[in-house]
Design a protein. Structure first.
Length: 411
């Protein structure tokens, strides 16, 4: 296997925006808005070179201590750009963790990759055998091997990841997600299945999924199902499936089913479905505003301890959240609490230039100027290493501290 980064990136540029919006003409100094990058992976399982798309969190390079869950999205040629934007927005607003998004586009045969094995006697609506209409269908188990045996290990070796994977699929992709959850649930921690094609194999999953999910032995799985209320007859299938799920109450599965009203386009619901799915899967992730405003470090730690138990990996306060708490205390002259917040931040993010510079502010406020200067100088070193755009600010801070130290009388 080899992972090759290509020289081109997935971008949205001002030239494109001006065409779409009839707005400003592009200029030479305009810069593109980067959504992600393209890459390829040679798959022995599939016997082909697979294209991929990668979106990294905005501060990935500047936050070398941070690890991220990974979201895998199918049909990426359609869904990568809008889904990466949803993930970035929800992460920025702290409703979900920031994530790495891996887009898996289709190649030669989408039907083969995303559909489970089918009955030889299965027929389509016009009476023809499915084996005649789609003779290559039924390769979902092979495609899953590509995802779990080849793609995920490469992603987890190359990037800083948490042991938490999410799979998002729409239509046949939703069918694939449900097939994986019911047959190999350990493959992903959470599944978002939007308008899954449950008609496959004479609605086999409607009959078998409730029992399979009730017997789950892998704990802590999450499932979000989403459908357009006008999407008949699939809406009836999902209602039947979820009715059985409510009866069986699977203990190892946290799940929810929502219907979208007033939308009649099968292709338009993945955006809002993914948004709602991620909000559900990470319900309670965001720290309540009252707790943020209180600046109570012990209660913040308790909140994240609860998230850690639920997610199955250590979840710690975000750097910018602790930074905000520290400055909140600093502005109110609660200096011990400010120092405690900044010191905790530095303990969690020791390679963060900003964490060192922020601690320097608190140290300066309590009169520990030599320590503040040392912390500020460390911020400059780390900021230069990680190409932090705020290095000039750290340098100004250092110079001010040097001047203040030089002005102090010699004991």
């Amino acid at each position: 296997m080899r992972l090759l980064l290509q020289p081109h990136r997935v971008v949205l540029g001002f030239a494109l925006l001006s065409v779409l919006c009839g707005a400003l003409p592009s200029r030479a100094e305009d810069t593109p808005i980067v959504v992600g990058s393209r890459t390829t992976l040679t798959s022995k399982v599939l016997g082909e070179e697979r294209p991929l798309m990668v979106h990294l969190p905005r501060d990935y390079a500047a936050s070398p201590d941070t690890r991220y869950p990974v979201l895998y999205v199918l049909d990426a040629e359609t869904h990568f750009a809008h889904l990466a934007s949803v993930v970035e927005f929800l992460g920025w607003t702290r409703h979900i963790p920031e994530m790495i998004v891996i887009g898996v586009p289709n190649t030669r045969d989408r039907t083969h990759d995303l559909t489970p094995p089918f009955s030889k006697a299965e027929r389509v609506d016009d009476g023809r055998l499915l084996s005649e209409v789609s003779p290559t269908a039924g390769g979902a188990d092979t495609f899953l091997r590509f995802l779990t045996e080849e793609l995920a290990p490469v992603v987890e070796a190359r990037y800083r990841t948490q042991p938490y994977r999410i799979l998002v699929g729409h239509s046949f992709g939703g069918l694939f997600a449900m097939h994986v959850l019911t047959h190999k649930p350990e493959s992903f921690n959470a599944y978002v299945a939007i308008s899954p094609s449950l008609q496959w194999n004479s609605t086999e999953l409607v009959r078998t999924a409730p029992e399979a999910l009730a017997r789950l032995t892998v704990p802590g799985r999450g499932l979000y199902l989403y459908e357009d209320a006008e999407e008949t007859p699939n809406i009836a299938r999902l209602r039947a499936l979820t009715k059985e799920l409510r009866k069986r109450k699977p203990s190892a599965l946290t799940w929810r089913y929502d219907e979208l009203r007033g939308e009649d386009d099968h292709s338009s619901i993945p955006h809002i479905g993914t948004y709602e799915g991620l909000r559900f899967l990470f319900n309670g992730w965001k720290v309540p505003e009252s707790l943020q405003l209180s600046g109570d470090l012990a209660r913040l730690e308790a909140h994240y301890a609860g998230l850690s138990k639920r997610m199955g990996y250590p979840v710690v306060p975000q750097e910018n959240l602790l930074n905000s708490v520290g400055y909140q205390h600093l502005g109110a002259k609660r200096l011990p609490q400010s120092l405690a917040a900044f010191e905790r931040n530095l303990a969690l993010y020791p390679d963060s230039a900003n964490a060192h510079d922020s601690l320097a502010d608190a140290l300066e406020a309590v009169g520990r100027i030599p320590e503040a200067l040392a912390s500020c100088e460390r911020a400059i070193v780390l900021g230069s290493k990680h190409q932090d755009p705020h290095v000039p600010d750290y340098q100004k801070h250092r110079d001010a501290l040097r001047a203040r130290l030089a002005s102090q009388p010699t004991p």
